[in-house]
Design a binder for this molecule. Structure first.
Ligand SMILES: C[S@@+](CC[C@H](N)C(=O)[O-])C[C@H]1O[C@@H](n2cnc3c(N)ncnc32)[C@H](O)[C@@H]1O
Length: 311
């Protein structure tokens, strides 16, 4: 039932859910200790500014932006609005912004018990600290942290409507791989209509064929000496374990095909080239020989898109 209400929980045995939760907590803790989480969110904003200036001759500050899949922390949306950008976002899951009992009850009602539990643990264990680090980063840029509650819509992105040609930028990080193909077939043509002719989209799915594309959290941290139950590219090989999320399993070539029906692809950037190369032994390569190396070493791939002129 939860799988329908929130796609960040899949139908898996409880021991594996706990295992995945422990790895998630370890990954967050590692990021916090290293002071990493605040910076990437601002780096996304800098990247959107670069793209808008290059392709639309517009600074991010003057753009109207729509984020697809802001996540329960709504980090990019918090960053964009704190920087004074006219930004809006959508997500299937309720965000957790204040950690109040009422908010947790609303998450439970909308997205189920598991989502409410995960969001509450994360909020009190990590998000409050993250906010403090983030507020300091913003201060260095002369900005103050804003929580954009009334700019966050909670619904399926494919059911959203914007007036035609009303947006300068549509952005999305690590979301499209979670959207069923039938919904993508509705969403992608809508995105073309929503964008101004000069507008662009920056869509970065986590590609299924990469080493962490199966969303087994053991493979989100690639340090070699870590103990893992699964093998490298387990999700393409033995398939014994599954991530605790819904995945549409699209390959990089399939995204390229889908986007190029409606968009000109201006850039296609692999965020971490060669990721997992040290695990790609000759035996693994032999088993995966049906996949070209560009699929195997894709993880986050940023597609920068401009609407094709309408016929
Ligand atoms: C891995 S999280 C990424 C969140 C955020 N973009 C980030 O980078 O932290 C994926 C998000 O996509 C959302 N999502 C999945 N399918 C969606 C849909 N059809 N419409 C809107 N959001 C969706 C999920 O609820 C989840 O919050």
């Amino acid at each position: 039932m939860d799988a329908v209400r929130s796609n960040s929980s899949a139908d898996l045995p409880i021991f594996w859910k706990v295992h995945e939760l422990v790895f998630l907590a370890r990954n967050y803790a590692y990021g916090l200790i290293k002071g990493q989480p605040a910076r990437p969110v601002l780096r996304y904003c800098d990247e959107y500014d670069r793209l808008l200036r290059k392709y639309a001759n517009l600074p991010l500050k003057s753009a109207k932006v729509f984020e697809i899949g802001f996540g329960t922390r709504a980090g990019i949306m918090i960053a964009l609005t704190s920087l004074g950008v006219d930004a809006y976002g959508v997500d299937l899951d309720e965000p957790i912004l204040h950690g109040s009992l009422r908010e947790i009850r609303d998450i439970y009602r909308k997205n189920g018990f598991e989502r409410a539990l995960k969001s509450s643990i994360r909020f009190y264990a990590f998000d409050l600290l993250w906010r403090r680090q983030f507020a300091q980063e913003l201060k260095r840029r002369g900005a103050t942290l804003q929580i954009p509650r009334n700019r966050l819509r909670v619904q399926d992105a494919a059911s959203v409507d914007w007036p035609d040609h009303s947006l300068d930028l549509i952005c999305s990080q690590a979301v499209f791989e979670h959207i069923p193909i039938s919904s993508l077939q509705r969403l992608v043509p809508k995105m073309v209509r929503w964008l101004k002719p000069s507008g662009i989209a920056s869509i970065t799915p986590d590609i299924f064929t990469g080493i962490s594309g199966g969303h087994l959290l053991e493979w989100f941290d690639l340090r070699k000496n870590r103990r893992r139950r699964s093998e490298p590219w387990e999700h393409l090989r033995k398939r014994r374990f599954h991530g605790n999320v819904y995945l549409n399993e699209l390959t990089r070539a399939e995204y390229r095909r889908m986007f190029s029906q409606y968009f000109e692809i201006l850039e296609e950037n692999v965020l971490q080239p060669n990721q997992g190369r040290e695990f790609y032994t000759p035996e693994v390569a032999e088993e995966l020989k049906e996949y070209p190396e560009e699929e195997i070493f894709s993880n986050g791939v940023q597609f920068v898109l401009r609407p094709k002129p309408l016929m």
